[in-house]
Design a protein around this ligand. Sequence first.
Ligand code: ASP
Ligand code: MG
Length: 428
Amino acid sequence: MTTVFKFGGASIKDADAIRHLGELLFHLEARPDVVVVSAMGKTTNALEALLAAARGSDEDDYRQQLEALRRDHLTSVEALFGTRQGKVGERVEELLTELDARHRKHRDDARPRHYDQTICYGELLSTTIVSAWFNEIDLPCDWHDARRLIITDANHQAANVDWAETSQRLQALHGKRLVVTQGFIGGSTDGLATTLGREGSDFSVAIIAHCLDADEVVIWKDVPGLFNADPRRFDNARQLMRLSYDEAIELAWLGAKVIHPKTLAPLRERRIPLKVRSFEALDAPPSVISERGGDDPTPACIIAEEQVLLEIQPRDFSFMDEIRQHDVFGRLVDAGLHANLIDSGAMRLSLCLDTHPARLTPLIESLAADYALTRHGDLTLLSVRHPTQALLEGLSASREVLAQRGNACCAQRLFRSAECPETWHIPD
Ligand code: ASP
Ligand code: MG
């Protein structure tokens, strides 16, 4: 039985959390073969800010941020190991020195390449501390560098996996001691770090499980599983106990922050079940995504805030036909944006997009040259999987709908955020 676990940033946010994780693994009836770990807490965001300072040539800001990262990690090392730090503290210092050197080397590179050489240190640092802690508590393990395990192309920030090479490298791990490695990062054959996209540790787990033909994957979270709505936004969200891969992919596509959308395909291909369990409540039954998903079409609701609606019209009173749609979508792809909702009319194409100024501004500039544009901001998109008319009416209340789309499987409605409730409720 081969099992792969993933622990996200929240489960290792500080020394206490790492201690808790060690205890959890130590007492578990069946231990995993591989443990994939994210960066501690909000480290990835801190590294993005560090990168911005470096690229803005703000040396003081850069130094301060580097020092804050150093302090945070060393505080955890100190709290965990006290005077018995051995090589851990030294290794953390070494990694930060290495990060600083990489900055000097890659500062003038294209941003995505520089990004990956910076951001990978969150996971390199966290796994260094976590693996040392496992060994300290007699949970023998080895630290492995994912830059040499998950081999990718050089498409930085959204690297594509070289499955054959990655399989070969991962299979060489079979039968070894517990493997502790980094989520989210990989390496290209030219020796540089690459990343798989934000929140990509889930995808890392799927890659590893696929290549090892694992029997089970467990993603550990601070909630007991997957829900039919975000429990922080809906007062009556319910846990979904069994889901098929297809259902989970549909939810991820609609923006449910359940699992990184790329995670499911590699698992589905090898029929590897994925459990989502709580590291806080070990007795709580997990949600399971597998081939044998439940048939129960529980409606699921997904809220996406900070949305923008772009209404795009040809200037010459002509149709928004396939040729024009092809043109608009081509520009959307070039801008690296995804339409969360598409609503069309004879002379209009309306796209609902995330508010992402760095990508949105160039898109709007490009479209404005050829089309008449209307832009609405501060919007909230509601997506409902397995909708009923009554449910949709109840959720919409009497708010104005700015754009919508619907079929038997899914309905979407776009509202002004100012008119939406703080806490939502799924009508019975
Ligand atoms: N640390 C990375 C992030 O915050 C990857 C992950 O957590 O999955 O995006
Ligand atoms: Mg994370």
